[in-house]
Design a protein around this ligand. Structure first.
Ligand code: FES
Ligand code: FE2
Length: 442
């Protein structure tokens, strides 16, 4: 349970709020590089409550600037992307990716006025096929990008997507940290077929059914919180899934079996009541085959949506990543299926998460909750976030992770152990990113 004031502290993300200030110290992944073309149409973006426009200028440089023109406030989304800048269609004022006004054709030729005009712009960097932005320029120059393992993988090793969700960011992030829900909302009444889902996943399904009360242990790490969820397994062994929370909103969940394929996601606040997840699966050792890629892109996962469940694209911020199931259609819950096959009666995997999270309300009131022992991971992450927010707001202490990008070079894990073996120690080597395990990559 949180006090009303702590709940406000953690959930509000606008400029000037304590959490909004903290989040602005970290790089934010928000767009796939392919979503903006050189000299092509801009894209509306809303991040941490700010309305922005992303575009790739005619030289190929990605930029993120305020949506409103400095002249009289018209939207630059409708702008002309030409000659190294984005020109407002109202009177032609043109801005480059750094927000400088470079052309002011409505003023006399000898006017110096344009040199005094700027719009807000945030620096962008592109790595791993993703455009990242740093919205904390008021606090100083951008730090290096977090050194996540997959940033340097070729595109052929990665399958990525996004999804928008109408809820506060924290209840979505907490859904990822909570590993006990998988035994319920994601479970099938019969075990999954090995042929379709793979032996590793079928094994994990069996374990989740065998033991629905995982023991949770948390360890604070330099990057965030490492969460171990241990379950009784077959033949007297214990199965531990190790989830990495990386500050502030990154999650890496464990692999299935010995498959080296791994997952990463970030839960990025659009504003106080909307969040998007940007996620990817990556194979550190080899490219995905065409068949694997097709299957993963068409499959309903935590962040991937079945093609028939995607809403028609709009030009709203992240409007290409909206979904059909929602509160107004009860997430297409099927009561017959709930009796015969699926615990939740909801077919889309991500909607099994999204339905409970959205029904908590736009910003969940945590003064009303009752946390149990299975919520240890959630409690630990909230404590870490609260400590970082308070350190910044009350003592001016900036979070340490952005200036130590190598703390992000970690992996999640899943392993079978003998009873009494310590999961954190046993997974220590396996959680390290091994440089030479990646022979195919440059
Ligand atoms: S409002 Fe943009 S140029 Fe006038
Ligand atoms: Fe889930």
């Amino acid at each position: 349970m949180l006090s009303a004031s702590d709940n406000e502290l953690l959930t509000r993300v606008g400029a000037g709020t304590p959490m909004g200030s903290l989040l602005r110290h970290y790089w934010i992944p928000f767009l796939f590089s392919w979503e903006i073309e050189a000299g092509g149409a801009p894209s509306r973006v809303r991040l941490l409550g700010e309305d922005l426009v992303a575009f790739r200028d005619t030289h190929g440089v990605a930029g993120l600037v305020a949506e409103r023109c400095a002249h009289r406030g018209a939207s630059l989304y409708f702008g002309r992307n030409e000659d190294g800048g984005l020109a407002c269609i109202y009177h032609g004022w043109r801005y480059d990716t750094s927000g400088r006004c470079t052309e002011m054709p409505s003023e006399p030729d000898d006017s110096q006025f344009k040199d005094k005009v700027r719009i807000v712009s945030y620096p962008c960097e592109e790595r791993g096929g993703i455009v990242w932005t740093f919205m904390g320029t008021a606090y100083g120059p951008p730090p290096p990008l977090p050194a996540l393992e997959w940033l340097d993988l070729p595109e052929s090793h990665v399958v990525a997507a996004k999804r928008v969700q109408p809820s506060n960011w924290l209840q979505a992030l907490e859904g990822e940290i909570d590993q006990s829900h998988v035994s319920f909302v994601h479970s099938r009444l019969a075990l999954s077929e090995e042929t379709r889902e793979g032996a590793g996943r079928a094994f994990a399904d069996r374990i989740k059914k065998l033991d629905k009360h995982p023991r949770f242990e948390v360890v604070e790490t330099p990057s965030g919180i490492c969460i171990g969820a241990g379950r009784r397994a077959e033949h007297g062994m214990e199965y531990w899934r190790v989830t990495q929370h990386l500050m502030p909103f990154h999650i890496m969940t464990g692999p299935y079996g010995e498959d080296p394929m791994r997952n990463w996601r970030a839960w990025v606040p659009i504003d106080d009541t909307n969040v998007f997840v940007i996620g990817l699966s990556f194979h550190p050792l080899r490219p995905f085959t065409g068949e694997e890629r097709e299957r993963m892109e068409a499959r309903s996962g935590v962040w991937t949506v079945s093609p028939e469940m995607r809403a028609p694209a709009t030009s709203a911020p992240f409007g290409a990543w909206r979904v059909l199931p929602g509160l107004d259609n009860d997430f297409f819950q099927d009561r017959d299926l709930q009796k015969s096959e699926l615990y939740s009666g909801i077919t889309e995997f991500w909607a099994q998460d999204s339905a409970p999270q959205i029904t908590m309300g736009p910003i969940f009131d945590r003064t009303k909750e009752h946390l149990g022992t299975s919520d240890r991971g959630i409690i630990a992450v909230r404590r870490k976030l609260t400590a970082r927010v308070r350190a910044l707001a009350e003592r001016g202490e900036r979070p340490p992770e952005p200036s130590a990008p190598d703390v992000y070079r970690v992996r999640s894990d899943a392993l079978l152990l003998r009873p009494g073996e310590a999961w954190f120690e046993a997974s220590a080597e396996r959680r390290k990113v091994v440089a030479d395990s990646n022979p195919d990559c440059p």
